[in-house]
Write a protein that binds this ligand. Structure first.
Ligand code: KG4
Ligand code: ZN
Length: 337
């Protein structure tokens, strides 16, 4: 049984996975770092690196032990080389390269957002190329024309905060703690639609870019304007914020589909787990006669299964690391992946 081992450590998830290309099966283990960051209300890069160091080898050991897979069956070791937190990336890259070296197999540097982009391929109904992808995570908001594997054209991106970052920052203003995005989404579900209305920045900008930083200002002003902020006020503000972000994402994606003529839409990245986004985009896509594909829910947020799959695609294409130097990139355009 040939296998790809992969490591993901670009941010606050320590994840390891084994992918079997023959059966298309993935086996994975994941540790989400909540405890070290929660007291700080957000991710502290140095604490993230230290936690990855403590967890990664333990997770790999457990993965092999629990699955019964053998080291001798490894074809290659993939690891996230960027973009992400530099120290956190270094942990996965050093470990991935060392393991590959010691097992005598190639090491493969994977672009984190290409991992997200390819995650839907691990679902029950994988999309076929070409398609239009909306990648929405904590660090990126990208509209990408995916012509085929490795051929990506960026059609639009956020000019300031990423969608996930805006969720997290607004959650912090509402004192929802860390991790903020899912907490804000849960609170928004209790909110009354229509009590507050936030702007839809750049909706008619004539291009496919996004802007989300003004929304957190709108949220802050609304929070400050409440004489005594209660739980229902918070829920109503969360609801208005979520509606505004989702509206912007859906409208730009539909515009991009019209411009490119693509009829298959893919959403991936942490924010693609958002229920309102999924529901609204599905409704708009149906009305426009477009098809839509998501990763399985568990593969929307950071995971190593998507890195293993991307590493397999690179392995097939002969794209393995050329030397044993450990190199990571905090910034790395997906068009250069
Ligand atoms: O892809 P991801 O796990 O990590 C990055 O590559 O950044 O995305 C994490 C982002 C965070 O900003 C988080 O708040 C957001 O995705 N997120 C959500 C939801 N689940 C995760 N945002 C809105 N609704 C959700 N259900
Ligand atoms: Zn991610």
């Amino acid at each position: 049984m040939p296998l790809i081992l992969a490591l993901e450590s670009s941010c606050d998830e320590t994840a390891v996975a084994l992918y079997d290309p023959d059966s298309h099966q993935v086996m994975e283990k994941l540790h989400t770092q909540i405890a070290p960051h929660r007291p700080h209300g957000g991710i502290v890069p140095e604490l993230a690196s230290r936690d990855h160091i403590q967890r990664a080898i333990v997770l790999i050991d457990a993965l092999f032990e629990e699955t019964g897979c053998k080291r001798e069956d490894l074809l290659a070791v993939g690891y996230t080389a960027g973009p992400g937190l530099m120290g956190a990336l270094m942990v996965g890259a050093s470990l991935g390269k060392s393991l590959a070296y010691s097992f005598g197999v190639p090491a493969i540097a994977v672009h984190h957002m290409e991992g997200h982009l390819l995650a839907p391929m691990l679902g029950a109904q994988p999309p076929t190329f070409p398609f239009l992808a909306l990648l929405v995570s904590g660090g990126h908001t990208l509209l990408v024309d995916v012509r085929q594997y490795g051929d990506y054209v960026i059609l639009g991106e956020s000019v300031d905060d990423a969608a996930g970052e805006a969720f997290d920052k607004t959650a912090r203003q509402l004192d929802l703690g860390y991790p903020g995005g899912p907490a804000l989404a849960a609170l928004a579900a209790q909110g009354n639609s229509g009590r507050f209305t936030f702007p839809r920045p750049m909706l008619h900008s004539g291009n496919l870019n996004f802007s989300f930083s003004g929304l957190k200002t709108a949220a802050r002003q609304t929070i400050q304007a409440q004489p005594c902020l209660n739980e229902q006020d918070k829920a109503d503000i969360a609801c208005a914020f979520e509606e505004a972000v989702v509206d912007c994402l859906c409208h730009k994606m539909l515009q991009a589909a019209q411009q490119t003529g693509r009829d298959l839409l893919v959403i991936a990245g942490g924010v693609s787990a958002n229920k309102r986004l999924r529901t609204q985009l599905a409704a708009m896509a149906e009305e426009a006669g477009l098809r839509i594909s998501y990763p399985p829910l568990g593969l929307c947020t950071d995971n190593a299964a998507m890195i293993a799959y991307a590493a397999w695609c690179k392995f097939k294409a002969g794209q393995q690391d050329g030397d044993w130097a450990i190199q990571t990139k905090a910034r790395w355009p997906i068009t250069e992946a």
